[in-house]
Design a protein around this ligand. Structure first.
Ligand code: SF4
Length: 522
């Protein structure tokens, strides 16, 4: 058989050579030009020096050096095979982690793609020592244990801190929306979800009674598994719908959740559009732009994320940042007070409340806006534009400030010629005097200083650097996995990779260059 193939191969080559010769114009006196034959019908064995697959200063060596120095005991809990014992050896968690970190740094976040790369890509081949790594192994390792991945992130932070790359004097927090796997069309109301759940249940029951001889056992099991997963997702979507309905404020519209990724939320995007996404909160220290905390949430806005950010930094580093710098999306009175209570110096733009929009909507004339009412601190009363007195009613605490209510006499407003411009349907007229807490007053005063303004101006460059890296360099514009826990793990891997890349740039490469120079290199 082999001989026949070889003869066939030779015959084809001879035919090609003849055909080529017939197209060339050669004179009878000139011999035909000769070229190296291209022989593809052969097997070759070449020795490979695995160590030489990558250069001495290749970043993949730094990745391996970093992961080799970490404690992997948390990843060894499930490993049953021991040295000298029976059974197949497990893949080293250091290798799997190094492959993922290298993969993310190259914009690869697919287990299948990474597994394929192990068969041809020199850096992956160097890491694996030319062994194959199954994509199931890679995939399971990435998502198995969120706590272990968190611990890995902390360990790397600890290494960076020990090498003097982090300091928590000033930390900048920013959120970035990363698209979920779910499409906008997968969002359903409760009645539709229940209908689809019923259909999924019927499908599973029908499978149980189907004549399985028509299908192989493998195909049958795969279909059953897919149907079960669909049913579970729909059940989870109904549960998620309850939570979502409790949390959201615009309760007039019927709540909808995705049946393919129930924990994804429709969020406003930087381009002004809306898409199913998760909100990734990143805290970055200023000295070397190292990420010191990463949290993934379902919140569409950043208002409630500041305190979580401060606590996450503390959990990762054992320290509370001295100063947190955030944009206007995080500034509200309760956050200012919480930061002050934790001893954190908060820097951010002062939010000015503007009641004009709601008054205009209610038809109040600008001549009767609150600033046209005179306050007298001695009598604690307001005087309206018609020179009538509004007296104090009560005080209440709202959004971190005290609100004092003052009301005009009903008898005055009922006969007032300006009533249509001032009170409209609400009679008598009420005015609210807002009093900030000491922490908010101090924050407002601080933000008037040039020093605070200068610190804030530097925010965007630092806070947005990791976001840009993760999206533009690592290609994480859309999560590959589904569910809050799993997308949180994806975010951790991307941030871990970012930190290791920073370490390579700041410490490992300069050390390599110094060692090369000391060895007499040019
Ligand atoms: S409606 Fe009442 S509060 Fe308004 S101007 Fe007249 S008296 Fe004053």
């Amino acid at each position: 058989m082999e001989e026949t193939l070889e003869l066939l191969g030779q015959g084809v080559e001879a035919f090609r050579a003849e055909a080529l010769a017939s197209t060339q114009t050669t004179s009878a006196s000139e011999p035909r030009k000769r070229f190296k034959a291209i022989k593809r019908n052969q097997l070759m064995i070449r020795p490979v020096d695995v160590e030489k697959l990558v250069e001495e200063d290749d970043p993949v060596r730094a990745i391996w050096m970093m992961v080799s120095g970490l404690d992997w005991s948390r990843f060894e809990d499930d490993v049953k095979v021991v040295e000298g014992g029976k059974g197949r050896s497990n893949t080293d968690p250091r290798l799997l982690a190094a492959l993922w970190i290298y993969g993310y740094s190259e914009g690869i976040n697919s287990a299948r793609e990474l597994s394929r790369m192990c068969s041809y890509e020199p850096r992956c081949q160097w890491l694996t020592a030319m062994e194959e790594v199954n994509y199931h192994t890679l995939s399971d390792f990435r998502t198995k244990d969120k706590e272990a991945q968190d611990d890995l992130f902390k360990q790397v932070l600890g290494r960076l801190s020990a090498e003097g790359l982090t300091e928590l004097k000033r930390v900048m927090q920013d959120g970035t929306k990363i698209r979920a796997q779910a499409s906008g069309n997968s969002f359903r109301r409760e009645d539709t979800l229940r209908e689809h759940l019923k259909l999924a249940q019927e499908q599973i029951e029908a499978m149980g009674t189907a004549d399985s001889e028509e299908l192989s056992q493998r195909v049958m099991k795969a279909r059953q598994r897919a149907a079960q997963e669909k049913k579970q997702r729909l059940e989870q979507a109904l549960e998620e719908l309850k939570t979502f309905e409790q949390d959201r404020q615009d309760s007039e519209k019927a709540a909808r959740v995705s049946e393919s990724d129930p924990e994804a939320r429709v969020m406003k995007q930087p381009d002004g559009g809306f898409a199913p996404s998760y909100n990734v909160q990143i805290c970055t220290e200023v000295s070397n732009k190292i990420i010191v905390a990463v949290e993934t949430t379902q919140a569409g806005t950043d208002y409630d994320e500041l305190v979580h950010g401060i606590d996450a930094v503390h959990a990762n580093t054992g320290q509370t940042p001295e100063q947190m710098v955030v944009d206007g999306g995080y500034i509200k009175n309760t956050n200012i007070e919480e930061a002050a209570q934790r001893g954190v110096d908060l820097i951010g733009p002062v939010a000015e409340s503007n009641p004009a929009a709601s008054l205009k909507k209610r038809g109040v004339s600008p001549d009767f806006y609150p600033d046209k009412f005179r306050y007298d601190g001695q009598t604690d009363t307001f005087t309206c534009p018609a020179e009538k007195t509004l007296t104090f009613q009560r005080s209440s605490r709202r959004d971190g400030r005290i609100e004092h209510q003052y009301r005009a006499k009903a008898a005055d407003c009922e006969v007032c010629p300006f009533r249509d411009q001032c009170c409209l349907k609400t009679s008598p007229r009420m005015v609210i005097r807002k009093e900030d807490s000491e922490a908010v007053k101090a924050f407002r005063a601080k933000m008037q200083t040039e020093q605070a303004k200068q610190i804030y101006r530097a925010r965007a460059e630092v806070a947005e650097t990791p976001n840009a890296w993760i999206k533009a360099k690592f290609g994480l514009r859309q999560f590959r996995l589904r569910g809050l826990r799993k997308v949180g793990i994806e975010a951790i891997w991307a941030c871990l990779t970012y930190n290791i890349r920073q370490w390579i740039r700041l410490n490992w490469k300069p050390r390599q260059a110094a060692a090369f120079a000391a060895a007499g290199g040019v």
